[in-house]
Design a protein around this ligand. Structure first.
Ligand SMILES: Nc1nc2c(ncn2[C@@H]2O[C@H](COP(=O)(O)OP(=O)(O)OP(=O)(O)O)[C@@H](O)[C@H]2O)c(=O)[nH]1
Ligand SMILES: [Mg+2]
Length: 341
């Protein structure tokens, strides 16, 4: 996973800080260019940090907390994340490039799950640090299988998340001792992704593993994903959150239209016109998504719109459709055609 765009020269003199040539327009900021303030903190450090673990341990919640903005969707159901999502945070001279991954699937070997696992394997190969996320106090065979995938050469932090769920803190130390014996972890970090103080502490830990090298991305960039991708993800999050446990995971969302109209007048926001199709497996699922007199799909639309207006700083119109495509998650060609690797 190598960033595709240019970075400043290794001598740390980004081109756009050169004095302007008279009569020439100023150079546009380069992707990895640093502000004067950032340069004052010394040589740039930058690196990739993969967040991996079994489903539902809080990987995406952690990514969002680290990035400081919701870019990866979360829900209390497993298999929420289905793509690799990169989120960046630049602080002083250090750029942290976090990679959120789907929860590693061990239960069913259908085409969708195989694709999700391929995504996880692709993400852990070439990084500077791995955050292996488990739930504090628990280590199941599913965690064990993820741990076996991780190469020995990359420093790996055991991140014992959801510490706030453990009421007897005295139980944590002996459990950490058993984890220490299981694998040569670089560090053991019991914490909660929902605690700002813990997240701050994690930054200091990650920073130690990032090499001195020019930043990969611009200082204010948050993610490598497009607004169109984030729109589809947001629909999927509302779908997951508003359908309870009855809707199986074999539903997905396709964006059919994503158009931007510039503001009509000064001071107005741009307008995004979005149409999306929710794909489900059966007619009964379609009825669940639509709800009584269309109540549920209306709510999915409204909640998506509110969230996207915040994220994109735009006015959003969204239209939703539901379609039945039985067996899509078992069909490799269809899984690919719906945008999975
Ligand atoms: N109590 C508590 N809940 C948490 C914490 N971190 C995450 N959660 C909850 O755990 C659930 C799963 O969170 P996600 O971030 O979607 O988990 P994930 O590992 O990304 O899940 P997949 O994408 O399905 O693999 C959500 O309901 C979160 O609110 C935490 O530190 N404490
Ligand atoms: Mg996730």
């Amino acid at each position: 996973m190598t960033p595709t765009h240019d970075v400043p020269d290794a001598d740390g003199a980004p081109e756009n800080l050169l004095p302007p040539i008279p009569g020439m327009p100023p150079m546009p900021a380069m992707p990895g260019a640093a502000s004067a303030e950032a340069l004052a903190h010394g040589p740039q450090h930058c690196g990739l940090i993969a967040i991996v673990g079994k489903p539902n341990v809080g990987k995406s919640t952690l990514l969002n907390a680290l990035v400081g903005q919701k870019i990866s969707i979360t829900s209390r159901k497993a298999q929420t994340t289905r793509h690799r999502i990169t989120g960046m945070r630049t602080r002083e001279a250090t750029q942290f490039v976090f990679v959120d991954t789907p929860g590693f699937q061990t239960l069913h070997a259908n085409a969708l799950n195989k694709s999700l696992n391929k995504t996880v394997l692709g993400a852990v190969g070439d990084v500077d640090l791995i955050l292996f996320v488990v739930e504090a106090g628990s280590f199941t065979p599913a965690d064990e299988r993820v741990l076996k995938l991780l190469g020995k050469g990359i420093p790996t932090v055991l991140l014992a998340n959801k510490l706030d769920n453990i009421h007897r803190r005295g139980d944590v130390a002996p459990w950490l001792q058993t984890m220490h014996e299981k694998h040569d972890f670089a560090e053991l970090v019991p914490m909660s992704a929902k605690s700002a103080k813990d997240v701050e502490r994690l930054f200091a830990i990650c920073a130690k593993y990032l090499p001195e090298q020019p930043w990969f991305y611009g200082e204010d960039e948050l993610t490598d994903r497009s607004e169109k991708f984030l729109a589809g993800e947001m629909v999927r999050e509302k779908l997951f959150r508003l359908t309870g446990d009855e809707l199986p995971y074999t539903s997905t969302v396709i964006i059919d239209k994503f158009e931007e109209e510039p503001p009509q007048k000064k001071g107005q926001k741009r307008l995004m016109r979005i149409a999306a199709t929710i794909v489900v497996e059966r007619d009964t699922h379609k009825a669940m998504v639509i709800g009584d007199k269309g109540d549920r799909i209306k709510r999915i639309g409204t909640e998506t719109r509110v969230e996207l207006e915040k994220l994109m700083d735009a006015k959003v119109f969204i239209e939703l459709w539901v379609k039945v495509r039985s067996g899509w998650a078992d069909d490799e060609a269809r899984v690919r055609s719906f945008g999975y690797e």
